[in-house]
Design a protein around this ligand. Structure first.
Ligand code: F6P
Length: 543
């Protein structure tokens, strides 16, 4: 099996990287007035300006050649066709079926899954209507005003972050609260302010084995009973989303209150399933469905657009360009929109739990870099914190800037200031400041100082993408999330890894349960390593 790093497309890109190392984007923009127009593309309401990248026509062609060499399009088609591409778990990868608005069937093991998908969506829609209309009442006859959504990872991040991002669309009269961490102060704080008579507990766990979620739900059940509810009242106040119906019913959730999900939907891809129920409860079902339709539009774009106009391919290939040929080890997401402050954390799980892998589909350890560290925060906050390193540090950190051109409740001068900062940051990263410019500035201020000028110079040539959208409505957000899902897919396909399992999270869970036994039963001897033993001992002495 030829190693990827020895293939023609890879070797061509290595040569191209060597050739552009000494070139500066400043000069390319000066030489090519139409550069921004050439390296911009728009689809599904998302405008992508990728001109501030260290690319030229030859590099872009080389990247598309890499995608072709790695059969990324065929791998994409296999995913949509329901092939068992998650081969270590023997599963299809079909989160796209959950937003399939065509009249085409989607087959898993020869069976069309669309009828059960649509039945579940109808069940979701009915619940949302009953809660919003007041038809579904608590055991004392009061309407439900609060939902406490309990889950973690993909059973938490999507619902919380997407509900937050779409705050302007929240349904009046219902508040959705989220609990994830097993740290008891989180659920305690949330429940302390709730009236159990008007609260619905919605527990989401695909496996129904996640320690944090089970414990938080047990605590919520104890709270409900302590507040005056009874066992038979549980049915009106507790619901669940899971693929493990048996475990959920054994836990005490009425079967009719369980929303199904399927093993061909990965946790980090599950907000399109009933895991997204908190979003539908927060926004109303129509807005939630608009998100699905936005994702569907991006699916169709990903499937049909030529590579040169294909947003997921362009973002995925640009990411690989810096990771594999410039040594970038992280990628920063900078949404310039307060309501999108959680978006980097969502993409963090999506990307790092998908492509944080080292073994290829040929069961060999890759001799090239794979998934990057994904991080970020809302703009403009990062400018007063970590942007310093991105501008003048020793590590290359490609950036994605995002900005809605209109926001519902931010009048100028606020919004124009936000936009000007967003545009200025990518401009400064690209242009930098030459030593001569720094020296001239100091001379002009009467403080000529060549030594100080060294500290004020900025290399520039720092790559970034800018994504603009008219406004962040549900359809656009759905398309944006699907764009990043497919970007992750493109990179995993280039690197020949399985982006859809997550064996790396299992060891910590097993060890956690072994240590928990020692913390809960102090009579047990500790036979761990000396560090873990001493940590356990300190905990035992204090509790
Ligand atoms: O441990 C990682 C993980 O399995 C994620 O992939 C998943 O989103 C999260 O934990 C929660 O899992 P579940 O929905 O099964 O509780």
């Amino acid at each position: 099996m030829t190693l990827l790093s020895a293939t023609p497309a890879w070797k061509n890109l290595q040569q191209l990287a060597d050739s552009v190392q000494s070139q500066h984007m400043r000069d390319w923009f000066a030489a090519e007035p139409a550069r921004a127009e050439k390296f911009s593309v728009e689809s599904c309401g998302i405008f992508l300006d990728y001109s501030k990248n260290r690319i030229n026509d030859a590099v872009l062609q080389g990247l598309f050649d890499l995608a072709k060499q790695q059969n990324v399009e065929a791998k994409r088609d296999a995913m949509f066709a329901g092939d068992t591409i998650n081969f270590t778990e023997q599963r299809a990868v079909l989160h796209t079926a959950l937003r399939n608005f065509s009249d085409q069937p989607v087959l898993v093991d020869g069976k069309d899954v669309m009828p059960e998908v649509r039945a579940c969506q109808q069940k979701m829609q009915q619940l949302v209507h009953k809660i919003h209309s007041g038809e579904h009442k608590g055991y004392t006859g009061k309407t439900i005003t609060d939902v406490v959504a309990i889950g973690i990872g993909g059973s938490f991040l999507g619902p919380k972050i997407m509900s937050e991002a779409l705050k302007p669309y929240w349904h009046k009269g219902i508040k959705v609260h989220f609990v994830a961490n097993v740290d008891g102060c989180h659920i305690a704080d949330v429940l302390a302010e709730r009236d159990h008579q008007q609260t619905l507990i919605l527990m989401s766990s695909k496996s129904f084995t996640t320690q944090e979620t089970l414990q938080n739900t047990l605590t919520a059940k104890d709270w409900f009973l302590d507040q005056g509810g009874s066992q038979q009242d549980i049915a009106l106040h507790f619901m669940a989303v899971s693929s493990n119906i048996k475990a959920a019913t054994e836990f005490g959730i009425a079967e009719d209150n369980i929303f199904p999900m399927w093993d061909w939907v990965g946790g980090r891809y599950s907000l399109w399933s009933a895991i997204g129920l908190p979003i539908a409860l927060a926004l109303g079902y129509d807005n939630y469905q608009a998100m699905l339709k936005g994702a569907y539009a991006m699916d169709e774009h990903f499937k049909t657009a030529p590579l040169e106009q294909n947003l997921p391919f362009i973002l995925g290939l640009l990411g690989s360009w810096y990771i594999n040929f410039f040594g970038a080890q992280s990628h920063v997401l900078l949404p310039y929109y307060h309501y999108m402050r959680g978006f980097p954390a969502y993409i963090q799980q999506l990307d790092m739990e998908s492509n944080g892998k080292s073994v290829t589909t040929s069961n060999e350890v890759a001799d090239y870099a794979t998934g990057p560290v994904i991080w970020g925060s809302e703009g403009t906050n990062g400018q007063h914190s970590f942007h310093q390193l991105i501008h003048q540090g020793q590590v290359l950190i490609p950036a994605d800037f995002m900005l809605p051109l209109k926001v519902p409740n931010s009048a100028d001068p606020h919004h124009a200031m936000l936009a000007s900062n967003c545009f200025a940051q990518s401009q400064a990263l690209m242009q930098g400041k030459t030593l001569e410019q720094a020296q001239q500035e100091l001379q002009a201020s009467g403080k000529a100082d060549d030594a100080l000028a060294q500290h004020k110079a900025m290399a520039g040539n720092k790559p970034s993408n800018t994504l603009l959208f008219e406004q962040l409505d549900p359809h656009t957000l759905g398309a944006l999330v699907a764009l990043y899902e497919h970007k992750v897919f493109v990179q995993g396909a280039i690197w020949d890894i399985n982006s859809f399992d997550q064996w790396g999270v299992e060891l910590g869970k097993v060890m956690g349960n072994q240590i928990l036994d020692k913390l809960q039963d102090k009579t047990q001897d500790c036979e761990f390593d000396s560090s873990t033993n001493s940590l356990v001992e300190r905990f035992r002495r204090t509790n």
